[in-house]
Design a protein around this ligand. Structure first.
Ligand code: IPE
Ligand code: IPE
Ligand code: MG
Length: 246
């Protein structure tokens, strides 16, 4: 039986987040430079986005560049920024055809101007699409985001916009860059690394974590289906007992 038919469409995660990892190792395995791995990761991005759209997943967040990734060699950082611009330009028509809206989280003010402008244009260009939202995490760090939210709320309190006593979980979530986006129920990380690397720390409080040894450039529809099936076979208790869920 094919994997797709094993997915219960009534119990799909509304939001899937992915830490796309392993491009460098994939390239190394082929005796190629790391950038070759990044280029080959684009196919996995396309397949994952299309598969999520077809299934009816409402939000897909892809970790594309962390704040810590600036520490990589300059040539790799530049190649990643160029690849971002190229990919967005190449994919924009497909995104529109498939009804995908593009959003970004992270400090995009620090991206090179060309990358930022292409991104802003693409977000504007797809803003009317409603089938799925593709969120790119770019120059993103969860600790940065949480500190930003705290600062925003502190300023709003100071200016009298809100009362300090009105700061609750909802107010805090609304001050994050993911405001309005439901928390991911499923977080996938490829490449066999079992860590979060400063991604969505607040939002994954109750997410199901799925780690796969598959390197990102090898990740295809079937790998996504497998992750969703695994997710659907888990018991999400949210602090309750098994019996209470019956
Ligand atoms: C993920 O692949 C892509 C980014 C972080 C931009 P890596 O480049 O981290 O690949 P590995 O982990 O070195 O194999
Ligand atoms: C996490 O991958 C960031 C992205 C996928 C963009 P890294 O490869 O940078 O993570 P660490 O540093 O190995 O944890
Ligand atoms: Mg990595």
């Amino acid at each position: 039986m094919d994997l797709k038919s094993k997915i219960n469409l009534e119990k799909l995660p509304r939001h899937i987040a992915v830490i796309m990892d392993g491009n460098g190792r994939w390239a190394k395995e082929q005796g190629m430079a790391r950038v070759f791995g990044h280029r080959n990761g684009v196919k996995a991005v396309r397949e994952t986005t299309e598969a999520c759209t077809e299934l009816g997943v409402e939000y897909l967040t892809l970790y594309a560049f962390s704040t810590e990734n600036w520490k990589r060699p300059e040539s790799e950082v530049n190649a990643l920024m160029t690849l971002l611009v190229e990919t967005i330009k190449n994919e924009i028509n497909t995104l529109n055809e498939n009804g995908v809206r593009l959003r970004a989280i992270g400090d995009i003010s620090r991206l090179p101007e060309k990358s930022r402008n292409t991104l802003l244009q693409a977000m504007e260009n797809t803003s009317g699409n409603t089938r799925m939202t593709l969120v790119l995490a770019l120059n993103y760090s969860a600790k940065w985001e949480i500190v930003e939210a705290a600062r925003k709320l502190a300023l709003a309190t100071k200016s009298g916009e809100i009362e300090a006593t009105a700061i609750d979980e909802d107010a805090f979530a609304n001050a994050l860059s993911t405001s309005g986006i439901p928390d991911p129920e499923l977080l996938i990380r490829t490449s066999g690394e079992n860590r979060i690397s400063n991604f969505l720390l607040w939002q994954i409080a109750y997410a199901e974590l799925y780690f796969t040894p598959t390197l990102w450039p090898d990740f295809r529809r079937e790998h996504l289906y497998q992750a969703i099936i695994d997710f659907q076979n888990r018991e999400r208790r949210f602090g309750k007992t098994s019996e209470q869920l019956l």
